[in-house]
Design a protein around this ligand. Sequence first.
Ligand code: 6PG
Length: 261
Amino acid sequence: MGQSPGEWRLVTPAGDGRPEIRVADQKDALSYSAARFLVALLAEAIETRGRASIALSGGSTPRGTYDLLAGSAGRALRWGTIDMCFGDERVVPPDHPDSTYAMVRDALFPHGHEWHDAPRLHRIRGELAADAAAADYERTLRAIFPDAAADPSLPILDIALLGVGDDGHTASLFPGDPVLGVRDRWVARSTAPPAFPVRDRVTLTLPALERSRVVCFLCAGLGKREIVRRVLVDGADLPAALVKGRERTVWLLDRGAAMGL
Ligand code: 6PG
């Protein structure tokens, strides 16, 4: 299969509990194809329900995709019908260099970028103490998604875009963290291991993430091949292996990250 813009080198369909895997050639092609993939999902949600919602991921991998969403890839989308939330946040002020909101804002709203109808960007207030920020975001999300707040059988988000850390964490759900057992809330505080620059975190909980119609992991680079193999082949008991979408679980990889498959 030739690699033309927006095409995938390989698509492994979902089956018997296994997620769908899409492999692009390298990082730039992955960012481009991932942006087109997300735009198609958002457009389908708007077409079906008149609105769309996505929880965005932090980290370095999605930045290229966010840049493209603000540019050519998302040109035809009715952005004003989209609620953009966050899967997690570091507990820092919104202008802090480690703030996920700051990274997303700079990508989606670069200086001088004019949106004809801007998406609604709902940040986690990382300037608050962790518990207060989590409670505040829980209220924010339940106000944005009142039907899902009233009826636990309904999905909350259309898409949860997630990354994977080398230790198998996703969002800010780290291995061994008690937050993995939180079932009664959509948002909770968590703690990153000592090696991380910002340890205090706020994260969507597992049950909240699993109330996404589509969970989409975005993972790139040879350095991720081992953790991708552990999650997708070994089925290791890691947070990234636990998160499944209600309708679809999709892994968007470049060739390097897919090397272990
Ligand atoms: C964060 C993310 C985190 C990230 C992974 C992968 O705040 O950092 O929520 O879950 O997605 O750590 O990060 P990279 O994309 O930088 O590898």
